[in-house]
Design a protein around this ligand. Structure first.
Ligand SMILES: Nc1ncnc2c1ncn2[C@@H]1O[C@H](COP(=O)(O)OP(=O)(O)O)[C@@H](O)[C@H]1O
Ligand SMILES: [Mg+2]
Length: 171
């Protein structure tokens, strides 16, 4: 990989060393969600994605035009196979959560987003492509939680606890 550079031609900084306006944070976050989706569509989850493994590259403008900054993801050796690795879902959630928390410092509206489960569910259902529009919202209850099963679990736990208390008081 060639050197990723800043506006002076020096090694580009990691995101953790840069401060952003809210608008920049939203833009870079959106770009990176697109990258996460592209990787997942290619069958890969980065697995260690955070502000420490993303550089802010400067892309020079053409013929006098102003250049722009663009995040470049590095440190991919530990990337995992999205379909074959049992931890892929958890890693994707963590990757996406890291980016939300980092950029959320600069654009707090991001802290209310939930792109991870939305992306994973689309992927699982075979509905994810590089063009899939994302909302950042995810309705956990209706999406994949079987409410009756959850209530049953709670009832079971309660019954178990009652039985345990009974045994203890009988002892
Ligand atoms: N400015 C840069 N341009 C190109 N590659 C870089 C740059 N900075 C770091 N890298 C490369 O990205 C990879 C990951 O770097 P780093 O996150 O520091 O590694 P680690 O997390 O294993 O300590 C390394 O191979 C490193 O050479
Ligand atoms: Mg690293």
């Amino acid at each position: 990989m060639e050197l990723v550079t800043d506006a002076h031609g020096d090694a580009a900084p990691r995101l953790n060393d840069v401060a952003f306006t809210a608008a920049q944070a939203l833009q870079h976050h959106a770009t990176l969600m697109g990258e996460v989706v592209r990787m997942l569509c290619a069958g890969v989850v980065h697995g260690d994605l955070s502000e420490f493994n993303i550089l802010l590259a400067h892309i020079p403008g053409e013929s006098g035009e102003a250049g722009r900054d663009e995040p470049v993801i590095i440190d991919l050796p530990q990337a995992v196979d999205a379909a074959g690795n049992n931890h892929a879902q958890r890693m994707l959630m963590r990757d996406v959560g890291n980016l939300r928390d980092f950029f959320g410092q600069f654009a707090p509206t991001l802290l209310k987003t939930d792109y991870g489960p939305e992306i994973w569910q689309l992927y699982q259902r075979g509905l994810l492509s590089n063009e899939t529009p994302l909302t950042g919202q995810f309705d956990r209850v209706h999406a994949d939680v079987d409410m009756r099963a959850v209530l049953r679990e709670i009832d079971d736990a309660r019954a178990e606890d009652a039985a345990r208390r009974l045994r203890m008081s009988a002892a």
